[in-house]
Every structure is written in structure tokens, then in C-alpha cells.
Design a protein around this ligand. Structure first.
Ligand SMILES: [Zn+2]
Length: 91
């Protein structure tokens, strides 16, 4: 077997790994190497368990939080009033 950085020193050999026991469409077990510390292979639910819980993915940049919307409105109001003031001073 060719040694790669993935297989060389990791201490985990796919040849000796436990085999996936998921039943395939042919009725036989899958027999692909199971994911580390799991009983199934990467194709049969061995990796991950779906999306992370909670809504931590909902907040990415904070552009639409109530706080930032309020800040933008205040800045717009200040700019508008200062433009109005400048116009009245020029005339
Ligand atoms: Zn499998």
C-alpha cells in the first residue's frame, strides 16, 4: 500500500478498519471502512449529524440587527439635517 500523509503516520489503517454494516440495495453489508470511532462508513451516516443546533448560523455580519439599523437611521438623520443647514447658510 502506498504511504501518504493521510495513511502514513496517522495510526489508522483503512485495511484494518472496522467495516460498515449498513445493508445495501443488494442485501449485503456495505463493507466500506467505517469512520473512526463509528460503526458506519462516510456514505452511511458515519460523519456528522446534520446542521449545528441553535441559530448561530443566522448571524453572519450583523448588518440587520436592530442596533445597526437604528445607528444607520441616526446617521442618515444627522446627514439630512446638516445638508439642510448647509443649504440654508448658502442662500
Ligand atoms: Zn457503508
Amino acid at each position: 500500500m502506498k504511504l501518504t500523509p493521510c495513511t502514513g503516520n496517522s495510526g489508522y489503517s483503512f485495511n484494518n478498519a472496522p467495516r460498515c454494516g449498513a445493508k445495501t440495495r443488494s442485501g449485503l453489508p456495505c463493507n466500506a471502512p467505517a469512520i473512526r470511532n463509528r460503526m458506519r462508513c462516510r456514505m452511511h451516516g458515519g460523519k456528522g449529524s446534520g446542521a449545528p443546533k441553535g441559530s448561530k448560523n443566522a448571524i453572519k455580519h450583523g448588518l440587520y440587527t436592530a442596533e445597526s439599523i437604528k445607528l444607520r437611521l441616526e446617521v442618515t438623520e444627522i446627514l439630512t439635517s446638516s445638508k439642510r443647514l448647509m443649504k440654508s447658510l448658502v442662500k
